[in-house]
Structure formats: structure tokens, C-alpha cells
Design a protein around this ligand. Structure first.
Ligand SMILES: Nc1nc2c(ncn2[C@@H]2O[C@H](COP(=O)(O)OP(=O)(O)OP(=O)(O)O)[C@@H](O)[C@H]2O)c(=O)[nH]1
Ligand SMILES: Nc1nc2c(ncn2[C@@H]2O[C@H](COP(=O)(O)OP(=O)(O)OP(=O)(O)O)[C@@H](O)[C@H]2O)c(=O)[nH]1
Ligand SMILES: [Mg+2]
Ligand SMILES: [Mg+2]
Lengths: 290, 276
């Protein structure tokens, strides 16, 4: 663990030597390795190390009797701040509130749509699920099954384009007493221009109050590329990190926030429809630290 | 990176970033260290030299090309495994198409009895590629479906049996055990089965891919990898570390969402793509 590694680095100087800048540099190298092992982006790791370095100098870690602990605390605080949001997420009343989910293939959007609908229903809302993935085999059927399991209606149609379907979902929701509309879109590559235009058209037509980028927690260095592209097209207001019940450290959460400013709002912790929780930056920081 | 120029430390730093952001992880560090040593010993002098050096490093670590062969008495049984959403079901469709195009008779076992509309998704694919689907009821024991599929493939003298499984994370011990059971049941009905176990890896996955390879290999006799979604911007570099540390070769790559979007893995082409 990073704790043990740093203890080792500083152990030699604990026995009566004074710390030098070289020792601090060794400690920072350990931290950088921990970040890279956790899949934090190469460049983002550099920025974070610079920040930790400045604070280590400012807090005079070099004079500390417990340098390893102090550096870890700084590291933990820097990571937490890198992921925390000062504005809490409020899913308000907009008659209806529209939530759009987008992301790469297989990231967990359809399952998350069901989870989000379930969470909001438990909070007393009347959600409507919209099956706007019209390309994946049996995608509509998949969302319908989830809707049946939850007792939540699913709007589905064929012979229509995703932007048109999402646009007509709003008056449909209003007419049927739904105060939240959740749009499940097809997985797509951020380098697929026609499909990125399509997802931008969905946003333009449905005017969502919240756009969430659904991202697999085990995503590596590519997270910054896809997140940045989706952010440029859709102006993301949040990220949902899925499959966090695995053993991946989830450094993508930090990289995505760093390049887009979009904070993680929810995490997926399993395949069941009640396994969606609110995001806690400090817990994630501990996880990335390892 | 301008070609033919004298090499310098800054270029090596930039190459380390290129390899690292391709998800090569610790292998990137190791390769750049070797390049730095060779540069200090004047064994490599120009940017051309270092590109050739690094491409060869990657190719050497990836090993020889490794194909999927139809072996033994038909049917050859191939089990697809991997974490949730990696591309298993779509890859099965592509593999089925690969064989039906050769005139082979293909049976597919709908071994994902858990996820919503999993069998429906596979039925659509089976119809599209001309394969026979064997499925069970939703929630059925996947090992039972695997057995039924093996039974059908054997009695109908199919050339290939492709068995799909539900996605699972390696932290789910009971699901890894379930996978072992599916593999054993296949072997009971068809001697030597599964002849191949292919781990489908999402190209966007980072260092967790190494964990996936280790844990799946501990549960079932994985014989190779398929890297899906390489048509994206992710480079899939984690497969280098997997070959080095777990010994698994990449057999195919997935480059799209259609039945034809499967290609055999070419280590030279893959090494070259790291630098694009
Ligand atoms: N363990 C775990 N599995 C998850 C989680 N979220 C989704 N999954 C699984 O991930 C797989 C993919 O989920 P989907 O909801 O189909 O993903 P998608 O983004 O809609 O996929 P496309 O529509 O093809 O792009 C399924 O097997 C889900 O059950 C999670 O938080 N934990
Ligand atoms: N662009 C691209 N998309 C792919 C590729 N392979 C699969 N996909 C897409 O990835 C998504 C998930 O594919 P599936 O085949 O359902 O993945 P899976 O591993 O069976 O998922 P689970 O059964 O839920 O664990 C689908 O939207 C596929 O179309 C590929 O090579 N390229
Ligand atoms: Mg989906
Ligand atoms: Mg599947």
C-alpha cells in the first residue's frame, strides 16, 4: 500500500537523520507510481504531484517527525479536493425534470437508467424511462424488462430517430403525470462523428436539466479522451462511475473531473437495481490511494 | 515526433508519456528504461532508432501470432468469459459469423441467464449470422444451458459450439466458481471441452485488465484474449503486461459493432498503432 511504501522511504531518516529534498522527491515518486497504478491519467498525475509538492513545501514536511503520515494526509486532501464538488446535486421539479445518460459502449447506461429511476421512485418521484437506444439488439427489450421489475413505465417506439423520440417524451411525460424523464441512449465512440452529432441532437431536442456521463470505473488512460469529447458536445453536469464493486482503484474519476470539471455524482456498486449510491470524494480518495 | 533527428532525453520523456497513455503501465516504464540505457551506450542514436527499438520491444513481449484453431473431434467448444459489458455477446456473434462464412455449422449456447434480455440479444445475432441458438428460461442454471448446448452441438454434429456467459467482476467469488462449474460441465459432455476459453477485454480498460486475466485464468483454462472496441481511441496496451505476466496471447480484436468487425491479432500492427 502507499502507506507502507512511504513508511519505507522515510524509515531510513526516522532514525536520527534529517530529511532532505531528495527524500521528499523519493516519496513523491512513490505517490506518482500509486496514481499511475490506479489508472490516473499520466498528465493529471503530474499536476497532482505538483500540488502535493507545493503543499509539502508549504507545510514544511521536511521538518516533520512523521513525514510519511503528513505526506499521505496532504495526498488524501489533494485527491479529495480534486473530486469533491462544492455544489450538491439537486434533482428539482421542472415539470418534468429531464435526465440524459450518455457514454461509451457497455459502460452501464441502461442498467444505471433503471437504478436512477428506482432511486427517484423511492424518493417519491414519478419517473418515466425512455428507450432511446434504437441500434443495439434487444436494447429496448432490456429497458422494458428493467421497467417491469421496478413497476416503472418505459416509453419505447421504433421507426423514429432518437432525437425525435426524446423530444416527444417530454409532452408524453407531462400528459401522463411523470415528473422525471430518464433518457437511455445508445453507447457510442466519441470519435464517431455521426453518432456524436446524434447525441448532441438528442440534447438539443430534449433539453435535459442533467446530463450524466456514464463511465466504467476500470477505464484507463483513455478516460480523459472520451470524457472531454462528450463534455465538449453535451456540457456534462456530472459523471456516474459504474462497476465500482470491482477491485479497480478508479483513477478515472480524478482524471475526468480534472479535464472537464464534471464531478462524479453517483457510483454503481453492482448489477441489482438498488445498487446506486451517492458519491463520496473522501472515500474515493482512500480507494485511489490504495 | 520528427524522424531521423538525434535522440535526446526530452524525446524519451515524450515517448514514455505516449506508451503510458496507451495503458502499457509498468511495461512502459521498463521499456523506456531499456531505451535510456541503450541511448547512454550509444546503441541507439536517432528518433528512428528509438521507434524501431520500442516497436520491437512491444512485439517481442507480445509473442508470436496465435490463432483460434478448430481441433479435435467436432464440435470445437469455445467458452467466452469477461467482465460486464466488455463485448462478449457481440464477439460471439462475430466469431459465429467468422465460422459460418467458412461454411461451418455453428451452435451458440445462451449461457447468460441472468441479465435482462440477454438471450433475446443473442437470438437476434444468431439469426443474423446463421447459427443455431440453444437457450434456457430466464434465471435457469447457466451450467444446465451449457450442457444442453453441448448436447445439441454433439448430436447435430456441429463444427463449433460457442458458449456465452454473463459478465462478472473478479471480486465475485461465487460467480467465478459458477464459471468453473460451466467449464467442467462442458468437459463432461464433450471430451476436451472447452478447447478454448477466450477472455474478452474492453480496450478502454486500464491496469485492472491484468487482474482480470489472472483471476479468470485461475477459474477457467483461459487460452487467449480478444480485445474489443479497438475501433475507439483506446490502445489496449494492457495486453502487453498480460502476455508478460499471465502468458495469454491476443487471438482477435474487435473493431466495431457489426458481425464482420473481427480481425485476427497482428502483433506488428498493434505495436505500430501504439505510436499513432
Ligand atoms: N458489477 C456491476 N455491473 C454493472 C454495473 N452497472 C452495470 N453493470 C453491468 O454491466 C453490463 C453492461 O450494462 P448495460 O447497462 O447494458 O451497459 P450500456 O452502457 O447500456 O451498454 P450499451 O447500451 O451497449 O452501450 C451489464 O452486465 C450490467 O449488468 C455495476 O455498477 N456493477
Ligand atoms: N465500437 C465497438 N463496440 C463494441 C465492440 N464489441 C462490442 N461492442 C459494443 O459494446 C456493447 C456491449 O457489448 P456486449 O456484447 O453486450 O457485451 P457483453 O460483454 O456481452 O455484456 P454483458 O453480457 O452485459 O456483460 C454493445 O453496445 C456492443 O455493440 C467493438 O469491437 N467495437
Ligand atoms: Mg444500453
Ligand atoms: Mg453479454
Amino acid at each position: 500500500s502507499i502507506n507502507q511504501n512511504l513508511q519505507k522511504v522515510f524509515a531510513r531518516f526516522q532514525r536520527g537523520g534529517k530529511l532532505t529534498d531528495g527524500n521528499i522527491q523519493d516519496g513523491l515518486r512513490e505517490i506518482r507510481q500509486a496514481l499511475l497504478d490506479a489508472d490516473v491519467h499520466f498528465k493529471v498525475a503530474k499536476d497532482l504531484i505538483d500540488e502535493v509538492t507545493n503543499r509539502a513545501v508549504g507545510e514544511k514536511v521536511i521538518e516533520s517527525v512523521t513525514p510519511a503520515q503528513q505526506i499521505i494526509k496532504i495526498f488524501h486532501d489533494v485527491l479529495t479536493a480534486a473530486m469533491a464538488s462544492d455544489k450538491p446535486l439537486v434533482i428539482g421539479q421542472h415539470g418534468p425534470t429531464v435526465i440524459m445518460l450518455a457514454g461509451l459502449q457497455g459502460s452501464g447506461k441502461t442498467t444505471t437508467a433503471g437504478k436512477l429511476a428506482n432511486l427517484l421512485k423511492k424518493r417519491g418521484r414519478q419517473p418515466l424511462l425512455v428507450a432511446a437506444d434504437l441500434q443495439r439488439p434487444a436494447a429496448i427489450e432490456q429497458l422494458k424488462v428493467l421497467g417491469q421489475q421496478l413497476g416503472i413505465p418505459v416509453l419505447a417506439k421504433t421507426g423514429v430517430t432518437p432525437p425525435d423520440l426524446c423530444a416527444e417524451a417530454i409532452p408524453f411525460a407531462r400528459a401522463n403525470g411523470h415528473d422525471v424523464v430518464i433518457l437511455d441512449t445508445a453507447g457510442r465512440l466519441h470519435i464517431d462523428e455521426p453518432l456524436m452529432q446524434e447525441v448532441a441532437a438528442v440534447k438539443a431536442r430534449a433539453k435535459p436539466h442533467h446530463v450524466f456521463f456514464v463511465c466504467d470505473a476500470m477505464t484507463g488512460q483513455d478516460a480523459v479522451n472520451s470524457a472531454r469529447a462528450f463534455h465538449e458536445r453535451l456540457a456534462l453536469d456530472g459523471v456516474i462511475l459504474t462497476k465500482l464493486d470491482g477491485d479497480t482503484r478508479g483513477g478515472a474519476a480524478i482524471s475526468i473531473r480534472h479535464v472537464t470539471g464534471a464531478p462524479v455524482r453517483f457510483v454503481g456498486l453492482g448489477e441489482k437495481l438498488d445498487q446506486l449510491e451517492e458519491f463520496h470524494a473522501d472515500r474515493m480518495a482512500s480507494r485511489v490511494l490504495g | 515526433l520528427s524522424i531521423g533527428r538525434d535522440l535526446d532525453d526530452e524525446t524519451l520523456d515524450r515517448l514514455e508519456e505516449t506508451l503510458y497513455t496507451a495503458d502499457l503501465g509498468p511495461s512502459a516504464t521498463a521499456m523506456i528504461e531499456k531505451a535510456r540505457k541503450a541511448y547512454k551506450l550509444r546503441e541507439i542514436k536517432t528518433t528512428d532508432d528509438v521507434m524501431v527499438f520500442l516497436r520491437k520491444e512491444i512485439e517481442d513481449r507480445l509473442g508470436e501470432r496465435s490463432e483460434l484453431e478448430l481441433r479435435g473431434v467436432p464440435p470445437t467448444v469455445v467458452l467466452m468469459v469477461g467482465v460486464n459489458g466488455s463485448g462478449k455477446t457481440t464477439t460471439i456473434a462475430k466469431l459465429a459469423r467468422h465460422f459460418t462464412q467458412q461454411g461451418k455449422k455453428v451452435v451458440i449456447g445462451a449461457g447468460d441467464t441472468f441479465r435482462a434480455a440477454a438471450a433475446e440479444q443473442l437470438q437476434i445475432w444468431a439469426d443474423r449470422v446463421g447459427a443455431t441458438l440453444v437457450r434456457g428460461k430466464a434465471g435457469a442454471d447457466p451450467a444446465a444451458v451449457a450442457f444442453d448446448a453441448a448436447e445439441k452441438a454433439a448430436t447435430e454434429k456441429a463444427d463449433v459450439l460457442l458458449v456465452d456467459t454473463a459478465g462478472r467482476l473478479v471480486t465475485q467469488a461465487h460467480l467465478m466458481q459458477e464459471l468453473s462449474k460451466i467449464s467442467r460441465v462442458l468437459g463432461k459432455r464433450i471430451p476436451g471441452a472447452p478447447h478454448d476459453v477466450l477472455l474478452v477485454l474492453d480496450a478502454t480498460t486500464g491496469q485492472n485488465a491484468i487482474q482480470q486475466a489472472e483471476k479468470f485464468k485461475a477459474a477457467v483454462p483461459v487460452t487467449g484474449l480478444i480485445v474489443a472496441k479497438l475501433d475507439g481511441s483506446a490502445k489496449g496496451g494492457a495486453v502487453v503486461g498480460i502476455r508478460e505476466r499471465v502468458g495469454l496471447p491476443v487471438k482477435f480484436i474487435g473493431v466495431g459493432e457489426k458481425a464482420d468487425d473481427l480481425e485476427p491479432f497482428d502483433p506488428k500492427e498493434f505495436a505500430r498503432s501504439m505510436f499513432e
